[in-house]
Design a protein around this ligand. Structure first.
Ligand code: VTB
Length: 328
């Protein structure tokens, strides 16, 4: 009998999934060399340079749509920058070479190097404003959480669907004064809260494996670019997420309009933030709940990456030992 390889699904070339791993690995190693040095800017710059170098080796015609900022404020990986070798599929790219610059500078858990690639026109072009978010992992009925419902109702509905008491639920929320009321409302249900300093892309991803991470639900206001990246990840693993841009000034509304957003109050579902075939990769910079951080040994560097693709829902974990230390 001849072995017939399974034909790849439509959408992006699946070989890109593995190519993507090198991109986040390299950014993570560059940032990790500057872990715990108290210098956020240096670590971020190192990650940006490394990611850009590796991205420019990919066989794509890529456009950064979620990046380091607008062209005038970010010299590299700015929104609109063309990356890749300029040949191959036209793709949109959302990236954060160092998600959690402060946690990296302090060497605290869950700093990541992150990237998502999607077919052209299928990621939400979100301005760099805040986004109110709510997310849960897979296995719950559609609509189990709702951004417009009171926090207590979301916790209670989730607990019911999970078959536990609200006191068995843990919510992940960014530790910010703006969340004082949300924290109060969640605690009033009896639920526990994991307050994180930064890193809400990881916070959202952690909801997909509550047994491992101890987190059932992500709630609160974080960055909109991080919201799109998190939605891309959940599209691949499964789960539910909603986000609403915080366009609370005329200037922000105008910026959003420039990016094609006409309804400032719209609640975006996960599949409206990241449509079509999406590839997502994240490499741990510091040790975290799902990914180990970069380890430096005498003759090698080790990395831990999660890489996935929405059309097949394959989730791979890649632990790599790099021995070509000149490159890293
Ligand atoms: C979050 C967090 C990021 O920005 O999105 C946060 O996940 C939101 O902004 O790691 P504020 O810090 O202003 O609250 C980050 O901290 C990255 O800047």
């Amino acid at each position: 009998m001849t072995f017939m390889p399974k034909s790849p699904q439509a959408g992006l070339d699946r070989i890109l999934t593995l190519e993507l791993v090198r991109v986040t690995e390299r950014a993570a190693v560059a940032a990790a060399r500057l872990r715990g040095r108290g210098d956020e800017k240096d670590a971020d710059q190192a990650a940006v340079d490394a990611m850009r170098t590796e991205l420019n080796c990919l066989p794509i015609q890529g456009t950064v749509v979620i990046g380091e900022g607008e062209r005038d404020e970010a010299p590299m990986l700015y929104i609109g920058e063309e990356v890749g070798v300029g040949d191959g599929p036209e793709v949109d790219i959302a990236l954060d070479p160092l998600e959690g610059t402060t946690i990296c500078a302090k060497n605290l858990p869950n700093a990541l190097a992150v990237i998502a690639i999607a077919e052209r026109g299928s990621l939400l072009y979100a301005p760099d404003v805040y986004m109110e978010k709510i997310a849960v992992g897979p296995g719950y009925p559609e609509g189990i959480v709702d951004l417009d419902a009171p926090a207590a109702e979301n916790i209670e509905n989730l607990a019911k669907a999970k078959g536990v008491q609200p006191s068995d639920i843990t919510a992940c929320i960014l530790d910010r004064p703006r969340h004082a009321r949300l924290v109060e409302e969640v605690r009033a249900t009896g639920a526990a809260i994991r307050l994180i300093g930064d890193g809400d892309v990881a916070g959202v991803i952690h909801t997909t494996d509550p047994e491992e991470t101890g987190i059932d639900i992500y709630m609160g206001i974080g960055g909109a670019p991080e919201g799109v990246l998190a939605a891309a990840a959940l599209r691949c693993i499964g789960g539910q997420m909603q986000g609403r841009l915080q366009l609370n000034t005329d200037e922000k509304v105008a910026r959003a309009e420039n990016m094609g957003i006409t309804d400032p109050a719209k609640v975006y579902r996960m599949d409206e933030m990241a449509r079509g075939d999406v590839l997502f990769a994240a490499t741990g910079v510091t040790d975290g709940n799902l990914l180990a951080g970069v380890k430096f040994a005498r003759e090698s560097v080790q990395t831990h990456t999660i890489v996935m693709r929405s059309s097949s829902r394959t989730v791979r974990e890649i632990k790599a030992r790099h021995q070509d230390l000149d490159k890293f």
